[in-house]
Design a protein around this ligand. Structure first.
Ligand code: TYD
Length: 425
């Protein structure tokens, strides 16, 4: 099959940044060999040159010590370091845009073939990449040979995109166009001196060059749970995981998230407003939401971002519908014009049960007006959450939130990422 347009990417410094894994592995070597841990500027020099050279030059090792160090480094890097990697923000949007145009996408990297495939698979980029080529026992690391192999049999316009002069030189040797990117490990001077046809300082510049018309839809995610379920911690961990995968994440919260809604938040949560009627409270939450949906949530989704919201309409249904006994359906009804069809693709429910919620709240000192409610309130709130989950099992990701934060965070990340990928993101 002939491809009218092909783009071949370098991996490190172009699609992903790998310095954390490299630095952590060098630190590990130093600890294992009881040597001083190199400082940050020294660690930075390890990106690029061969390892035994770096160990000898920057850590004063003999060739024998450097061999041993390289062995220790590789063992750790293959198990752990490989995944201490990040996809540059916007890369997913770029790759989706290229695939939407029917473009061939290849990867030609100096990192060995096996680990390169594992990274691309691990970070969920495999659906966007047609071929990955890295050095193998049979094949050397010459960039032009790697690039040639990453191209399809027949093609029209083809580009090599990379952050170092080797990428530009390799692309030129193959006779295709070259784009130097300035957000990786090389510099504009290096790339221009190597003769790149075009230069892009940011991932957005690459998108503007290759797929300026592409409008990527983003996604809306929410996180729910009873008070004390660990939502703040898990919001942070999920944001970090999404960021590592190259999603452009925006976080927000309800009630609040924008000026008008934050002002309403102040009113509903203030301990002074004990006289507020339940209906007033429910309408205020819905009013805040109406503003937040239009001012924050929809624009973020339209811009291709992943909007992760700390609580959404389910909280109203659970707290006001269940807790305040206004009824699940009544709360859904008053929220219909507020939400106006904008519902999360997935909602994480941190499951702790109302007894655990009570136990955790009892340990906290500063409680807001809703947190001060008694246990039967939270029992009803939990029951309404369960009803929502039963009504919409596809949307909810229910996780046992009584385990360690890391274990919970890992499960959430895996399940949310799977859901985003199912949705083609
Ligand atoms: P939250 O900001 O999650 O509080 P915290 O970070 O202290 O856990 O939520 C504040 C309170 O608002 C919480 O008790 C739940 C309540 N709430 C509702 O009752 N209805 C709603 O629609 C929303 C969004 C929140």
């Amino acid at each position: 099959m002939r491809y009218d347009k092909c783009v071949i990417f370098d991996l490190d410094g172009t699609l992903t940044r790998s310095e954390q894994g490299i630095w952590n592995s060098v630190r590990y070597v130093a600890e294992q060999l009881h040597l001083p841990v190199p400082d940050a500027p020294t660690l930075r020099k390890f990106i690029g040159p061969p390892l035994d050279y770096s160990f000898q030059t920057w850590m004063g090792m003999t060739p024998e010590q450097a061999d041993e160090a390289t062995r220790i480094y590789r063992a750790r890097y293959q198990e752990v370091g490989l995944f201490e990697n990040r996809v540059y923000p916007g890369i997913r949007r770029l790759l989706r845009g290229l695939k939407a145009q029917g473009c061939w996408v290849g990867v030609a990297t100096g990192k060995p073939q096996g680990p390169s495939e594992r990274i691309i698979e691990h970070f969920g980029l495999a659906p966007f990449v047609d071929r990955i080529v890295g050095p193998t026992v049979k094949m050397g690391a010459e960039k032009d040979a790697l690039i040639r192999k990453a191209l399809p049999g027949e093609y029209g316009e083809a580009w090599m995109v990379g952050d170092r002069k080797f990428d530009v030189e390799g692309g030129r040797a193959v006779g295709i166009r070259t784009l130097g990117v300035g957000y990786g490990y090389g510099s504009e001077e290096e790339l221009r001196a190597a003769g790149c046809d075009a230069y892009a300082a940011t991932v957005q510049d690459v998108i503007d060059l290759f797929c300026p018309e592409y409008k990527a839809d983003g996604a809306f995610l929410s996180m729910e749970g009873l008070d004390g379920s660990g939502k703040t911690t898990q919001m942070g961990l999920l944001t970090e995981a999404l960021d590592c995968w190259g999603f452009e994440v925006v976080t927000s919260r309800e009630p609040g998230g924008c000026k008008v809604a934050e002002a309403i938040r102040g009113v509903v949560l203030s301990r002074e407003n004990v006289g507020m009627t339940d209906v007033t409270e429910a309408l205020l939450y819905a009013a805040a939401r109406a503003q937040h949906v239009r001012e924050v949530i929809r624009p973020a989704i339209a811009a291709g971002k992943v909007l992760l919201c700390d609580r959404f309409v389910d909280s109203s249904v659970a707290y006001q519908g269940g807790g305040r006994e206004l009824g699940v359906q009544w709360v859904l009804d008053i929220n219909t014009p507020a939400v106006d069809g904008t519902l999360p693709l997935a909602t994480v429910y941190l499951d702790i049960g109302h007894r655990e919620s009570l136990r955790r709240r009892a340990a906290a000192t500063e409680l807001d007006r809703l947190e001060m409610e008694g246990d039967s309130f939270h029992a009803r709130t939990e029951a309404a959450y369960r009803e929502l989950i039963a009504r919409d099992p596809q949307r909810f990701i229910v996780v046992d939130a009584t385990r360690s934060p890391e274990t919970i965070g890992q499960e959430i990340a895996d399940r949310v990422l799977a859901r985003l990928m199912e949705a083609g993101l």
